[in-house]
Ligand binder design. Sequence first.
Ligand code: GDP
Ligand code: IMO
Ligand code: MG
Length: 426
Amino acid sequence: MSVYAVVGVQWGDEGKGRCVDTLAANSDAVVRYQGGANAGHTVVVGDEKFVFHLLPSGILYQDKICIIGNGVVVDPEQLFAEIDELAARGKKMSKLIVSNAAHIVMPYHKLLDGLNEAFLSDGQKIGTTGRGIGPCYTDKIQRMGIRAEDLIDPAVLKEKLELNLRLKNEIITKVYGGTAVDFDTLYKQALAWGERLKPMLGDTYEALSELDRNGKNILFEGAQATLLDIDHGTYPFVTSSSTTAGGACTGSGLGPNRIKKVFGVMKAYCTRVGAGPFPTEDFGDDGETLRQTGGEFGATTGRPRRCGWCDLVIADYAAKINGLDGFALTKLDVLTGFDKIKICTAYDVDGKIYTHFPSSVADLSKARPVYEELQGWTEDISTCRSFEELPETAQAYVKYIEEKTGVPIVLIGVGAGRDDTIHRGI
Ligand code: GDP
Ligand code: IMO
Ligand code: MG
C-alpha cells in the first residue's frame, strides 16, 4: 500500500466507511478531503457500531493520523459531538489534524439550507441532508466563507461574521421570511469553537507531504459518490463538492501524481437518498426486499433509501471519471435469496441504446434500463473469506461485473463487520 483513494461509485452509502476502516489497518493516515457532516459512514467492529459524519473512518485505530483536509466543510458542533461520543463510549482516538483552510459550516448555513429547500417547488427540491453543505460551499466560492483559522482570530472573525450576517440576515428575513441570526450570540459561540479547535488545527498539506516523503501509507476517504459530484453527477441533484478522485488533490493539497491507486466502492445493487434520476430504481417487491434486507435507511437522516439493481453503465462511468484501479463490491450478502439477479448493461433513451453514461440529465431522466438476468444463490455467504468459498453463481456475478467493466473487484463485502471481507488484491 502507498497512497490510495477510496471513492463512492453510485449515489453514496456504498460502504465507503467500512472499506476505509478495513483498509486503514495497513495505513498510517486517513484523510477526508471533501463534503461535511452530510456523510454518514458506518463502521462495525465486533458488536459495536459507529457512524462517522466528519471524523475519518480510521479514527478508531489509535496509532494513525486522521486528517480533515481543506476541502471539507466542518461543522464544529458536529465534530465535537462525534469526539465526545467516542469518549463517552470509552474509545481512544487516532491523532486528528484539521486544516486551517477548511471552511466552517455556520448555523446560518444550516438555516439557509432548510429555507432554500422549502422555497423550491416539488420537482425542484434536492432532498438535501439539511447539514448546510450547499450554502457553506457557496460562501467558499463567493469568497465570503469563514475558515477554521478565522475562529482563532477574534478580530478577523468579527469582521467576517459581521459581513456575513449583514448579507445573510437580509436574505433570511426579506427573501425567505425567516428569523435573523444574532451576531453577539454567534460570535461568542464561534470563539468558543475556536478555543476547542485550536489544538487540532494545522497545515494539513504539509503533514501529508511529510508522510508521503517518508513513504507512509495514506488513504483518502471520499464522501458521497461519483453521481453526486458537483461536475460529474446528476446535476442539479448532487452535492456541492468534488466527490470524485480529483477532489482528493484539491481537497488535501497532495499532488495528483502522488496518488498511486484509486478504488471505487460499489454496492452489489444500487441505492439513492434524495431526489434525482435513478434509472434502475425498482418500485416493486425487489426494491422493497433490497431495502429491508440491506437495511437501507439513511445513516445521517434516517430516510428510507431508494433501491434498485446494479447498474454497469454507472460502474463504467465511475471507472472513467475516477480512473479506477479496482472495485470494492459491498453487500454481496444482501443479494442472497434472489432467484434471479438483474444487472443493467445499457440504457434505452427514446429507442437509442447507450452503453456509456449520458452526461445530459435530460437524456438520463428518460433512460430505461436494459437488463441481463443472472442466476441467484441461496447459500449464506456471510462466513466466506475467500472467493472460492462463494457459491458458483455468486462468483459468476462478480466475474460478470469484472468482464463488462474491465475493472477487477479487489475486495468483496459479505457483511457489515470489519472482517466480513474477501480480499482479492488489496
Ligand atoms: P458509506 O456512506 O458509503 O460509508 O455507507 P453507509 O455507512 O452510509 O451505508 C452502508 C451500510 O451498509 C452500513 O449500514 C454498513 O454497516 C453496511 N455494510 C457495509 N458493507 C456491507 C456488506 O458487505 N454487507 C452488509 N450486509 N452490510 C454492509
Ligand atoms: P455518504 O458519504 C447518500 C445526498 C442528499 C441529497 C444530495 C445533496 O454517507 O455516502 P447535501 O446535503 O449534500 O446538499 O445533499 O446529496 N447526499 C448523500 N446521499 N450518502 C451521502 O453521503 C450523502 N451526502 C449527501 O441526500 O440528495
Ligand atoms: Mg453513508
